[in-house]
Every structure is written in C-alpha cells, then in structure tokens.
Write a protein that binds this ligand. Structure first.
Ligand code: PEP
Ligand code: MN
Length: 345
C-alpha cells in the first residue's frame, strides 16, 4: 500500500524507554536499529520511532524497560503516552500534575522604563502574584514601531526579580538573543510569530527552563502540537501551550480565541494550557469576560497584559488592562476558580 503522505507516517508511534543502565553509545545503536529519535530524560534514554512496527523488535527487547505503541498523530505530548497533565516547576511554584493550580501571569506587553515595570511589580505584589511578564524583543508588524528595550530590558527585569522574588517571563523573537532570554528569565515565551522557528524550538529544548509556546495565529492544532514536540524531543519536558487567538474571517476583534481547540488540547495532550485573552480580543473591554470564561474551563494559567497607563503604552495599547480593571477582574475570578475546583495563584 502506498503511503498517502506525511500523515501516515505519524499515525503509529512507538516510544521506548531504555533501561537506566544503558549507556549513550548503546542507546544510539538501538535508536539506529529502529530508525528512531533518541532523547535523554533525566535518568534514562527514550527512543521515539514512527516505524510501522507493532512491537519492539526481538533483538533489542532485553534493553528495554517499557514501551508504548501510540496510534495517534501526537507523540510525547499525547495522553496516550502520559495520561495526565505534566507537572511543571517554576522555582517555588508548580503547575499541572495534581496541583489544580491556575497561574495568573500578568504585566505589560513591553517593558518601557524602570518606573513602569516597578509599578507593574507593585500590582502583582498587592495581589499576591508571582509571575511577571514583559516583552523585551518585540515581534512588531512594522519595523517603524517600538521594537523593545532588548538586553537592557532583560537586565531591568532581572533587577525586579532580585527585588521581589518574582518569576520572569519574556519572549524570544529570533535566534540572535535566545541565549540572553534563557539566561535572564524563568519562563521562556515563544511568540505566535516564532512558533515555526525550529532554531528557537530546538535551542529552548536543549535546556530545562519552562517554555510557554504560543500558537501561531495561522496554525492548526496539529502544527501547534508538533511545534511543542520539537521542544520535547530535544529533552525539555517543561512545555506549556498557550492559546492566544487565531485569524478567522472576523475583523471586529483582533483574533478569535479558539476554545474548542483548548478542549481538544485538554483531552488529547499532557501539556499545561495557558490562555491569553488579551491578544485574542485586542481590546481591553472584552478581556475580563473572556478570562472568566477561560477560567471556567479549568485551565492551568492565564496571560493577561496590564499597564499602569495603557493609552500611553508603546505596544498593544488598546488591549492592556489598567490596574483598576485588572484588580476587578482578578477578584471576579476567585469564585469561578472555587466553583471549578482550581486554586488561583
Ligand atoms: C505578546 O505576548 O506580547 C505577544 C507579542 O504575543 P503573540 O506572540 O501571541 O502575538
Ligand atoms: Mn502584546
């Protein structure tokens, strides 16, 4: 039977856990034997193969601890492989696993000045929040718009981390600064426009800090999940998926938040799911309602843009919440979290 294209190759995966005493040379040989991809997961080697084998070949069976045959086009992130949400540790906080935590990440679209980010830090502190976002390398539509403070911004964020003990999340836009972002942040954000950048995906996969991967606005769920597989297959198990709206025929809102897609990801993947309602809506007026709807779905986190003076913001001015709006929304999320048995952290 002739293959009907790439889709067929994906349809059956074998994930093989080698015994812990197998060294790298033997692991490599076994991977070659089954035409698989080798990754190292803390204590053991794992091989992923899309071969059509229904079982592990006889001659390598004794080297194997466990094997999983997965009839799915999702691999390491599949619930058929790990049937629960992976636990992710971000310094003192944890997401996924059995935690039931919903993490509120907030802060401005871009860091603009020391004064601005200090005010944002106070907003987090007054709400008992732990995780501050702010972009330094901005993927703007126009080269004439504000491009971000770059490394200087990362250093300011690092001072804030020092002072307040927050986790910092900032985005990597291209390969030129991926190492800086990894060095200065606690969570690396890969933006919607960078979702297909295999250089970034692979480099963030070769270290173990958590990665928040945003869905490209023109990407389907399969492409989104496969981008996450690039990170996982380099050996970094700490990946979060972020739905931030996709482009549809609608033009009255900036994007369309794909909540059906969120249900799909919850059902079929083992990665924590974060919802960004700010970029989806594009206008601050819709953000609180959308955020409440997302929280009611039982998700692992939120990414909400907030700014001390949104109308003066150098990027995404229309969608950022001012602090009153943020505080009011945040209060309203608490009873919803209780109702769906989540802890808002
Ligand atoms: C952002 O988080 O500010 C951002 C640029 O988001 P996205 O990549 O989803 O457009
Ligand atoms: Mn933004």
């Amino acid at each position: 039977v002739r293959s009907r294209g790439l889709g067929d190759v994906y349809k059956r995966q074998m994930i093989i856990h080698l015994k812990e005493n197998i060294d790298k040379v033997s692991a490599n040989n076994i991977a070659k034997e089954v035409s698989g991809r080798l990754i190292f997961d803390e204590k053991k080697f794992i091989i992923i193969t899309s071969s059509k084998n229904k079982e592990v070949p006889e001659k390598i069976r004794e080297k194997i601890d466990e094997s999983f045959i997965i009839d799915s086009d999702i691999q390491l992130s599949s619930r058929k492989y790990i049937n629960k949400t992976r636990k992710i540790k971000i310094n003192k906080i944890e997401l996924g696993g059995s935690t039931k935590n919903t993490l509120m990440i907030t802060g401005p679209c871009s860091i603009e000045s020391k004064d601005q980010i200090e005010k944002c830090a106070e907003l987090l502190k007054s709400n008992g929040l732990t995780t501050l976002r702010a972009g330094c390398f901005k993927p703007r539509t126009s080269p004439y718009s504000f491009q971000g403070l770059g490394l200087e911004g990362l250093k300011m964020l690092s001072d804030i981390r020092e002072k307040y003990g927050f986790n910092i999340i900032s985005e990597v836009k291209d390969a030129s600064h991926v190492d800086d972002v990894i060095e200065y942040t606690d969570i690396i954000q890969i933006g919607a426009k960078a979702m297909y950048d295999h250089g970034i995906l692979r480099e963030t996969g070769r270290q173990r800090k958590p990665v928040l991967l945003k869905r490209g606005f023109g990407s389907n769920l399969q492409e989104f999940v496969q981008a996450a597989e690039f990170i996982l297959s380099e050996g970094n198990p700490n990946v979060m998926l972020c739905e931030r709206g996709i482009r549809t025929f609608e033009t009255k809102t900036r994007f369309t938040l794909d909540l059906c897609g969120v249900s799909f990801l919850k059902e079929h993947t083992n990665l924590p799911i974060i919802l960004d309602t700010s970029h989806a809506m594009g206008y601050s007026y819709g953000v609180p309602d959308l955020t409440r709807a997302c929280v009611a779905m039982g998700i692992d986190g939120l990414l909400i843009e907030s700014h001390p003076n949104p109308s003066e913001a150098k990027s995404d001015a229309s969608q950022q919440l001012n602090f009153d709006e943020f505080n009011k929304m945040f209060e309203s999320l608490k009873p919803i979290c209780n109702a769906v048995n989540r802890n808002l952290i």
